[in-house]
Design a protein. Structure first.
Lengths: 256, 255
């Protein structure tokens, strides 16, 4: 037995290794199945998949990559949260601080932003691919609905994050984007029939979104909490459902 | 490939182990994308402009790029319609797709021949309308939301004549009440004619047997959603060719 073999055996044949991995190390069909079924993360996949269903020309890898982009933004986002205070007086200077003083601060911020943009594009491409292969048809109708909700949440995640740098770009982009809420029929103060329900500039759909009549410090805190806690939480729950239903309804390809 | 998967009986060895075949692929693709993302993030910095100043509105003020399609729609419709009603209908319409599309073909494989109308509709809604509006909003709109070529200098003092008139005025109505009545009639006629035309078209293309299977509810939902989708290019056409501002003018809402 070579030295390499011996070291490998020492690693994979001791009690600690066996306590963590419930299956043997050897490449046997049984272990291949166990790798997936005995792993909490991988068991979202079935143990076996249809050969053609995992081809890249079929999946475009877009669903998985969207999730990967979500993970990248989650990890880089946590790093950014260490140095960022969602208070109007501090937010912008914290951005500068992050940019110039924090180790890898600028890289983390860049990765966070570009991954977020990429996630939006990937989620659209994923929807387009699912449409092209007709993968929303029975029995996958419900998963398509969950997917549409996730698409909306992706856009909302990106939109709420847009405000956080608290620079000219962010407050005006969010102002323009949110002004539409002001025009909601019945519920917005500039929308049709607003006077019927008594909507006014400080008491309407946009004020609910902003936490006040105008964009301001209250909006920053509100968007921060939506961006960092509420929407990621809801999106995660829907992702669990989404992945679970892929597992139940068959991984791509015609239903069984 | 479509031919191969359409077979009813699947061979037993059609399946492969997820580990390593799928997990390996996922890992490698994620790694590749991660490397590209890091190179991108090292070379291009995320934008950070001067500190927020609520008293200084930039011109133009643009929404995040993925919402610029909606902002571009504001040129043609009022905010309550372009910013609230139509986006909500896009979301609801997307969710309804699996329930109005009863074509059993193309379930889980590429298939263009038997699904050409479904795919063309999606193509029209997604690529032609949504994506192209985003491109126009991102690259072709400057100060005052006026049209500029991407290489053109943004002139904040560009003078654009406001020549748009309401459709009732254009055809000769000078009375508010009759203008509103005319607007309602035009919009009602649009939907009635569209649904009737759609009915005739489906009957001709797919036949009566299909229509019965499809059902009146599915037909009506589809017809109304498609009519609403086509209303955007229809309004764009009226605006760009005839300078029509609104079709329906009332004290409460304009369309």
């Amino acid at each position: 037995m070579s030295l390499f073999e011996k070291i490998k055996n020492d690693i994979v044949e001791n009690q600690v290794w066996k306590a963590i991995f419930r299956h043997g190390y050897e490449d046997t069909p049984r272990n291949r199945v166990m790798m997936v079924t005995a792993n909490v993360f991988l068991h979202l996949h079935p143990a076996k998949v249809r050969r053609h269903a995992i081809r890249m020309r079929f999946t475009w890898c877009m669903g998985g990559l969207t999730f990967f982009m979500f993970l990248v933004t989650a990890v880089t986002g946590v790093y950014l949260m260490f140095y960022y205070r969602p208070v109007a007086e501090y937010a912008y200077s914290d951005m500068k601080y992050l940019e110039f003083d924090m180790p890898f601060g600028m890289l983390m911020r860049n990765m966070h932003r570009w991954a977020a943009h990429t996630m939006v594009v990937f989620v659209w491409l994923h929807m387009f691919r699912v449409f092209l292969t007709g993968s929303y048809k029975p029995p996958r109708e419900f998963n398509w609905i969950v997917g549409v909700l996730l698409l909306v949440l992706t856009l909302l995640l990106s939109f709420t994050g847009y405000l956080l740098p608290w620079d000219q770009l962010s407050i005006w982009a969010v102002t323009v984007g949110s002004n539409m809420a002001r025009a909601t029929p019945l519920l917005g103060n500039e929308g049709p029939f607003a006077d019927l329900v008594g909507a006014n500039p400080i008491y309407d759909a946009r004020a609910f979104l902003f936490g006040g009549g105008e964009i301001g410090p209250h909006t920053l805190l509100r968007f921060y909490i939506l961006h960092c806690i509420f929407i990621p939480l809801v999106a995660s729950i829907l992702m669990i459902v989404h992945f679970w239903r892929i597992r139940r309804d068959g991984f791509s390809g015609p239903p069984l | 490939m479509a031919e191969a998967t359409r077979e009813k009986k699947l061979p037993v060895d059609d399946k492969v182990h997820t580990w390593p075949h799928l997990v390996r692929l996922e890992f490698l693709v994620a790694l590749l994308v991660f490397v590209v993302l890091i190179i991108w993030s090292v070379s291009i910095d995320a934008p950070l402009e001067e500190a927020a100043n609520p008293t200084r509105t930039p011109n133009p003020s643009k929404a995040p790029w993925y919402f610029l399609g909606l902002q571009e729609m504001l040129v043609y419709f009022d905010p309550w319609h372009a910013g609230v009603v139509l986006p909500s209908l896009i979301i609801v319409g997307l969710m309804l797709i699996p329930f109005i599309d009863i074509n059993p073909k193309g379930n889980g494989y590429y298939c263009f021949k038997d699904r050409k109308y479904e795919i063309l509709t999606f193509f029209l809604g997604f690529h032609v309308l949504w994506v192209s509006m985003i491109i126009i909003g991102t690259f072709f709109r400057g100060p005052g939301w006026n049209l500029f070529w991407p290489w053109q200098r943004w002139d904040p003092h560009k003078v654009v004549a406001l020549t748009n008139v309401d459709l009732p005025y254009l055809v000769g109505f000078r009375d508010y009440t009759w203008s509103a009545v005319f607007g309602v009639v035009v919009i009602g006629a649009y939907f009635v004619l569209f649904i009737a035309g759609f009915y005739w078209w489906v009957l001709r293309i797919k036949g009566r047997e299909f229509l019965e299977r499809w059902g009146m509810v599915r037909f009506m939902i589809t017809a109304v959603l498609v009519a609403l989708m086509i209303s955007l290019p229809a309004k764009m056409f009226l605006r760009l060719v005839f300078n029509v501002k609104y079709i329906l003018v009332t004290p409460w809402l304009n369309i």
